[in-house]
Write a protein that binds this ligand. Structure first.
Ligand SMILES: [Zn+2]
Length: 51
């Protein structure tokens, strides 16, 4: 399911944003590092495929 974009500010995570609740990588982001918006990053390829 597509929702508003979010991304991780964790240094070791990939610099991408997610916008699909079915994305495993996006779901694995710890809430401490989770931020709303794209963060000026490119879209996660898993989320692209899910779209
Ligand atoms: Zn994703």
């Amino acid at each position: 399911m597509k929702i508003y974009p979010w991304h991780s500010v964790k240094a070791t995570d990939r610099p991408v944003y997610h916008d699909d609740t079915a994305c495993t990588e996006g779901n694995n982001i710890e809430s401490y590092y989770k931020r709303q918006g794209t963060g000026g990053r490119r879209k996660c390829e898993h989320c692209q495929r899910l779209g």
